[in-house]
Design a protein around this ligand. Structure first.
Ligand SMILES: [Zn+2]
Length: 374
């Protein structure tokens, strides 16, 4: 099926002819070392993967872009990769990737990805969250391919890691990474219930706010929003950390005994409760945000949204109200806080109302600083 020519080209037979490539990793072989076997797998993989990519393209129908909902959920995690990715549904998948006698069985997979081209064996299903989760896994491979600089290098690493994992599909480091992300993404998707579809961004997670609210996260991650999101999904939710100006899960549970009784310290359940019921019921969700107070205080919002459209009010506060310095609760007035605390205004900026909220929650409250004039 595949052989090395004297000119170092590696060629592979495919159902429609021979494919060769020259750009092998120049690392010399050291016969007998463990590296030798891994290197051989890698070189075979580089050829096999590129040949398979060409075969798949020639033996499948046309591709389509991700749809609006898929992009909406995946863009926060993959950026503009969601615009470059092309998906082929009802695809004919490869049974195995093979070259030079090295093979990786693929017959169990529901999808295969060749850099920014994703093949899915099922038909396209609009609004199917399972398909979006599958895309999250496959896009992880697209990103790996991008990070490695293309199909040849990705194939090299994919085969080499397969060998290193004892020829186990699940233990391949590149698969472990994709499965781990798929799991995190799926948990995140759970927190983005139907109730949030009218929101401009997630009402429970704002990566900048999250980083600015905790010194340990700022030190660890700087301004890296992706790292912040991964931390929140992996640890932050379980630790009950504040993740949005509008929502403080520990406050929410302690403010409502019925929820405390029902959920105890299950913060994921509390988040889902707020998204699914709490917002619509007008429940208070933070010391700095009480949606009923907010709507009552500002007549322009009542005229625009109606007196009980709480989800529009939450969205307004997060999108405009915070940066306009509007007061979101009877216990915290960001304008007052900045004018009454010149040291905070100096560090955060005299009209940085979001910064005022972050400071109050992280430091000011514990230091006994007042949140309002009264
Ligand atoms: Zn995978």
């Amino acid at each position: 099926m595949l052989w090395s020519s004297p000119a170092q080209a590696v060629c592979v037979d495919t159902p429609f002819g021979e494919l060769c490539h020259q750009d092998l990793d120049p690392t010399p072989h050291i016969p007998g070392s463990a590296d030798f076997a891994e290197q051989a797998w890698g070189e075979a993989g580089s050829a096999a993967y590129q040949a398979a990519a060409n075969w798949m393209r020639a033996n499948n129908g046309s591709s389509q872009s991700l749809d609006a909902l898929q992009k909406q959920y995946l863009r926060p995690h993959f950026g503009d990769l969601v615009d470059r990715a092309a998906v082929v549904y009802n695809a004919n998948l490869m049974d195995e990737l093979s070259a030079l006698g090295y093979r990786i069985p693929m017959n169990q997979s529901a999808a295969q990805t060749y850099c920014d081209r994703i093949y899915i064996d099922d038909p396209y299903q609009q609004g199917d969250l399972g398909q979006i989760i599958l895309l999250a896994h496959e896009l992880t491979h697209s990103r790996q391919c991008q990070d490695y600089g293309g199909a040849g290098t990705f194939g090299f690493h994919y085969f080499r890691e397969y060998k290193r994992a004892g020829q186990s599909y699940e233990n391949n480091r590149l698969e472990r990474e994709a499965f781990a992300f798929e799991e995190q993404f799926s948990a995140w998707l759970d927190t983005q219930s139907v109730a949030t579809s009218s929101f401009s961004s997630s009402p429970v997670f704002d990566p900048d706010f999250y980083l600015m609210s905790y010194g340990d996260l700022r030190n660890a991650f700087g301004t890296n929003q992706g790292a912040a999101r991964n931390h929140w999904l992996t640890y932050g939710i379980q630790e009950g950390r504040r993740s949005s100006p509008a929502f403080d899960v520990q406050y929410y549970l302690s403010f409502y005994p019925d929820l405390q009784n029902a959920f105890s310290n299950d913060y994921t359940a509390a988040i889902n409760h707020w998204l699914t019921y709490g917002i619509q019921e007008g429940r208070r969700s933070s010391i700095v945000f009480d949606v009923q107070y907010y709507l009552n205080r500002y007549s322009d919002l009542q005229s625009a949204f109606g007196a009980q459209n709480y989800s529009a009010a939450v969205d307004h506060w997060l999108t405009y109200g915070v940066s306009e310095g509007r007061q979101g609760s009877p216990d915290f007035d960001p304008s007052f806080y900045l004018s009454n605390n010149p040291d905070v205004a100096r560090v955060y900026g005299a009209s940085n109302y979001k910064g005022a909220i972050e400071h109050y929650l992280e430091f000011g409250r514990a230091e006994g600083r007042r949140g309002t004039a009264q």
